[in-house]
Write a protein that binds this ligand. Structure first.
Ligand SMILES: Nc1ncnc2c1ncn2[C@@H]1O[C@H](COP(=O)(O)OP(=O)(O)OP(=O)(O)O)[C@@H](O)[C@H]1O
Length: 275
């Protein structure tokens, strides 16, 4: 049988795409996450919810190794994330599409050029900064990604002339250029009006579902968690405080989850005084 050109490890279809075990993370003396276990199967859309400061963003950042865990293991797409270094870490990150609340587009460049940038993470060699200098096949692919988010007609418009919702859709198109195998989205619906936020979530859900990709998104909009997730996981007190199929959940239950009394904050440590 010919050797596949794909040299990256392929995840076992039955194994979870994300497997987290005994994860712990502190900032200073404050433990944010302590002993967290979580398995996310291939193709699942999972909403991560929880009160401010419960560690949702930190968890997403640790999954893609933008933050280091203090203890525990994280395996993503068959890779043990904590052991990746250098080129292997770069290759791994190229397989993980990330969408943040802040889209970070290059404001003076066109929507299309911003999408072309998405190819950088999956290709080595000279950087392609504008669509005009990109090879035709890259430009065509970027156009197709823009079309997938409904913005083909805005391709040549400067990023800073787009609305917040359009900018977030361009950021999604840029992420699609990576050809990711899993998508993490940290409050992609924040700072958008209700309609734009819903449209962005709809897009993320549809695009990942069509490709059979796993989607993990953080949202403070419970209606979005119920509508666009198969499973809702709530963080609280350093671990998983809620884990429900979205179908078996409702807004009242999620509202009650947020009403749960939080564990007392650890006493503030005295600030050392140095003479
Ligand atoms: N680099 C850092 N240094 C120090 N503290 C940090 C750092 N990053 C996060 N924290 C703290 O860790 C806690 C968890 O932060 P995180 O952003 O993960 O929470 P979150 O659940 O995503 O919150 P929100 O819903 O407000 O976005 C917060 O108290 C935050 O201030």
């Amino acid at each position: 049988m010919p050797q596949s050109a794909q040299t990256l490890p392929t995840a076992d279809a039955a194994a979870p795409v994300v497997a987290i075990s005994g994860l712990a993370k502190s900032f200073g003396t404050r433990q944010i996450i302590g002993g967290l276990d979580l398995a996310i199967p291939q193709g699942e859309a999972m909403a991560l919810i929880g009160a401010n400061g419960t560690g949702k963003s930190t968890l997403l950042r640790m999954i893609v190794r933008l933050a280091e865990a203090d203890a525990g293991t994280i395996s993503v797409l068959g890779e043990t994330v904590g052991s990746l270094r250098g080129a292997a870490l770069k290759r791994f990150r190229a397989r993980v599409g990330v969408v943040f609340q802040k889209h970070n587009l290059v404001s003076r460049l066109s929507a299309l050029s911003n999408v072309v940038h998405g190819v950088q993470s999956r290709r080595s060699g000279p950087r392609t900064w504008t669509q005009a200098l990109a090879p035709a096949e890259i430009r065509d692919e970027a156009m197709a990604c823009l079309a997938a988010v409904g913005l083909a007609d805005k391709a040549m418009q400067r990023a800073d002339s787009l609305s917040g919702g359009q900018s977030q859709r361009v950021a999604i198109a840029r992420m699609l250029m990576q050809r990711p195998q899993i998508v993490l989205a940290d409050e992609p619906d924040a700072s958008l009006d209700p309609r734009a936020g819903r449209e962005v979530m709809e897009l993320l859900f549809r695009l990942t579902r069509d490709k059979g990709l796993t989607l993990v998104f953080v949202s403070h909009h419970m209606a979005h968690a119920l509508r666009f997730a198969d499973r809702i996981v709530g963080l609280g007190n350093g671990g998983i405080a809620l884990d429900r199929r979205a179908l078996h959940c409702n807004e009242a239950e999620l509202a009650a989850f947020f009403e749960e009394p939080a564990e007392a904050e650890p006493a503030a440590q005295p600030v050392p005084v140095f003479a």
